[in-house]
Design a protein around this ligand. Structure first.
Ligand code: FES
Length: 359
C-alpha cells in the first residue's frame, strides 16, 4: 500500500466522497498508459517522492496503487506502488518509494528515475478499498506502508469520520509524511518510533476495539502478522481487518536460491532481486497468479523437498501452514540457507538453498 513537497499541490485532497461513491469501488481493469516523471526528490531517509504524469488521467481513490515496469538486472519486471495522492485534475499521481538495496531491485530502479523519464504504467488499480460507512476506523501504518494510509486518513477526515491513525517507524527522519500527518490529523495521529523505544501496543489496541470498528493496515510483515494473529485470537470479525502488503517485506534478507520443478524439468536460480514466480516464468513455467503480493494464494506451489528454510512473505497462509512449509506463495516467498535466514550464519562453504516444488 503516500507525502509532501514543492509539489504539495499534487497532494491536495480529493473532493469528499459519500457512501456508495463510485470512487470507492474496486477497479481492477488494467489500462496501461505512458507516464512521465515530473518530480523526484528525497522526502525522508531513503524515501523518494516520485510524481508521475498520466497520459490518460484517472482519479486515484484511497487504497489504489499503480503497476509499472522497471528494469532490474536488464530484465523488465513489474512492480506495484501505492498512490499517495492525485492532483486536482487527476493528471499527476504521487508515489513514495523506499530504497531497499537488498530487495528485489525495483526500488533501486525507481530511485534512478529522473525528471522527464518515461515509464509504462497502469491507471490506478484497487485492491485495498476504503469502505465508507463504518462506525469507527483505525488505520495502522508501518514504515513505507504509510503510503497506503495517507490518502485514507485524508478522506476519513473530510468525511468527519471517527478515526485514529497509528504510525510506526524506525526513526522520525525515516517516517515520510510525518509532519503533514501531524498537521492534518492532530490528536487523531499516534506516533511510534523504534529508536525511542515506543512501539504500537498491538494486543492492547486490538483488544480495545469493538465489533463496529474497521482496521486498515499496511506495513512490514512482522507488524502485520502480529496484528493479524492477535485479531484472529480475538472475538472481532475477520472481514473488519483489511490490509495491503508490499510483497517484498520478509523475515530475512533475500538471497539467491535454487528452485527445481521435476515435473517440468526445470531447475533455475532465483536471484536476490527477483521473485520465484518471475524466475519460473523466465524458465518457461506457466503459473497462475493474481496479486503478486502474497495476498490471494493463487500462485500456490507445493513443496516437495527443501534444503534450507522458507522465508514466508505472504499473508495468505496461517502461522501453522507457514510452520509446516508444505505450500508457499511463489510470488513473494523465498528460500534462504540457514535457519536464521542469514548467509553469515550458514555453515562455511554451504551451497545455496534449494526448494523442489510441484506447480
Ligand atoms: S499471486 Fe497472489 S499470493 Fe501470489
Amino acid at each position: 500500500m503516500r507525502a509532501a513537497c514543492g509539489c504539495v499541490a499534487s497532494l491536495s485532497a480529493s473532493s469528499p466522497p459519500k457512501a456508495g461513491d463510485p470512487l470507492m469501488a474496486a477497479t481492477n481493469v488494467e489500462v496501461w498508459q505512458r507516464g512521465i516523471v515530473r518530480e523526484s526528490r528525497e522526502i525522508a531517509t531513503g524515501i523518494r517522492l516520485i510524481v508521475l504524469e498520466q497520459e490518460s488521467p484517472k482519479r486515484a481513490a484511497p487504497g489504489t496503487h499503480i503497476d509499472l515496469w522497471v528494469s532490474v538486472d536488464g530484465e523488465p519486471v513489474r512492480r506495484s506502488y501505492s498512490v499517495v495522492s492525485t492532483s486536482d485534475d487527476d493528471r499527476l499521481l504521487s508515489l513514495s518509494v523506499l530504497l531497499v538495496p537488498n530487495s528485489r531491485g525495483g526500488s533501486i530502479a525507481m530511485h534512478a528515475l529522473n525528471v522527464g523519464d518515461e515509464v509504462r504504467m497502469t491507471q490506478p488499480l484497487q485492491n485495498f478499498p476504503l469502505r465508507v460507512g463504518a462506525t469507527k476506523y483505525v488505520l495502522v501504518a508501518g514504515g513505507i506502508g504509510v503510503t497506503a494510509i495517507v490518502n485514507m486518513a485524508r478522506v476519513l477526515k473530510s468525511l468527519n469520520a471517527d478515526y485514529r491513525v497509528l504510525y510506526a517507524g524506525r526513526t522520525r527522519e525515516a517516517m515520510a509524511y510525518l509532519n503533514e500527518l501531524q498537521e492534518l490529523h492532530g490528536d487523531r495521529l499516534e506516533v511510534f518510533v523504534d529508536a525511542e523505544n515506543n512501539f504500537i501496543p498491538v494486543e492492547a489496541l486490538v483488544n480495545s476495539l469493538d465489533l463496529n470498528t474497521e482496521l486498515y493496515m499496511c506495513g512490514p510483515i512482522r507488524l502485520m502478522d502480529f496484528v493479524r494473529r492477535t485479531w484472529l485470537a480475538s472475538s472481532l470479525d475477520y472481514p473488519n481487518l483489511r490490509y495491503e502488503t508490499f510483497g517484498n517485506s520478509g523475515w530475512f534478507d533475500p538471497e539467491e536460491f535454487i528452485v527445481r520443478v521435476p515435473s517440468l524439468g526445470i531447475e533455475t536460480t532465483v536471484g536476490a532481486g527477483r521473485s520465484m514466480l518471475e524466475a519460473l516464468e523466465d524458465a518457461g513455467a506457466e503459473l497462475m497468479y493474481d496479486c503478486r503480493k502474497g495476498e490471494c494464494g493463487l500462485c500456490e506451489v507445493r513443496i516437495l523437498a527443501l534444503e534450507g528454510t522458507i522465508d514466508h512473505r505472504d499473508v495468505f497462509y496461517s502461522e501453522h501452514q507457514h510452520d509446516v512449509a508444505v505450500k508457499m506463495s511463489c510470488c513473494v516467498s523465498r528460500a534462504v540457507t540457514s535457519a536464521t535466514g542469514s548467509r553469515a550464519d550458514a555453515p562455511p562453504g554451504s551451497a545455496l538453498a534449494v526448494v523442489t516444488i510441484e506447480v
